[in-house]
Design a binder for this molecule. Sequence first.
Ligand SMILES: Cc1cc2nc3c(=O)[nH]c(=O)nc-3n(C[C@H](O)[C@H](O)[C@H](O)COP(=O)(O)O)c2cc1C
Length: 318
Amino acid sequence: MRKTRVCELLGIEYPIIQGGMSLIANAELAASVSEAGGLGIISPNAGEPDWGKVAENLRNQIRKAKSLTDKPFGVNFSIQNIGEDRSLIDIAIEEGVRVVTIGAGSPALHTKYLKEHKVKVLHVVASVRHARGAEKNGVDAVIAEGYESGGLNSPDEITTFVLIPQVVDAVSIPVVAAGGICDAKGFVAALALGAEGVQMGTRFIATRECIANQSYKEAIVEATDTSTVITGRRLIPTRGLKNELTKRIQEKESAGASREELLAILSPGLTAAAALRGDIVHGQALAGAVAGMIKEIMSASDVVRSIVEGYDRIVAGL
Ligand SMILES: Cc1cc2nc3c(=O)[nH]c(=O)nc-3n(C[C@H](O)[C@H](O)[C@H](O)COP(=O)(O)O)c2cc1C
């Protein structure tokens, strides 16, 4: 497989990143991806819905990952959760983490601080304007995420296929493609569009090492092409598996419900209900459109290996 600037930047063998995933990007998952030559990412609240305990949880998760792999791994921070507070970032720095991915907020807030502490920063963007802004603020690479992706989405709703080439043309730092990628075909396509690596989220939920509830993993394996939907366009657009909750939100939305009415349905515990307790009927089961392509629960290392193995075959057949 071709080495790219992303491999060099992160000190990894293959430019395949496991995206940060609130509540479920745990140490075992990250270590398995890193051991296979990709880059695993830990989310501070992996397995811990109580935000008051997240600092201790993050330290434990990092230490656990260090006990499982000597290879690099990273930590993801959502500015929506941490804002200007650097206490979690300081824990990652203290524990020797060398790569951070940051999303859902401005790159002006923490990039300089992280770089001063010799941490590589990858910022998640969903438009050319934000990619340029991230580059100007000194990030090392951007993760350009199309709206096929699971979890929070940009209101601009740009697909990965058209977002990546435009971002690649607009910045000179490496671009990592995210959203709608789960296998070697998607990886090759992303590189053809000019990306120098990929980040995947949904694919890694359906892995043995991921802490996500078994029912959630199985729902992803059972999903078809039409199984996901974006809801909350007037709050924060979020892609997840269609279920009773998304149906209720859609009904309210088409009846013209106010922000407050919608917020009343979306209690904060709903994501944990689906992700950790397996209530995929009434909880918020975040997943990307690519769920329809995921056919088995496998080991996270095998996900990386299958992309590496498939790469040469696909490129040779083009
Ligand atoms: C369940 C779930 C939770 C996510 N949580 C986060 C998060 O906390 N921070 C973040 O930057 N991205 C988050 N993402 C986005 C992923 O890191 C990744 O970029 C995205 O899943 C890529 O699209 P895909 O789902 O089509 O692979 C989440 C995605 C999923 C599916």
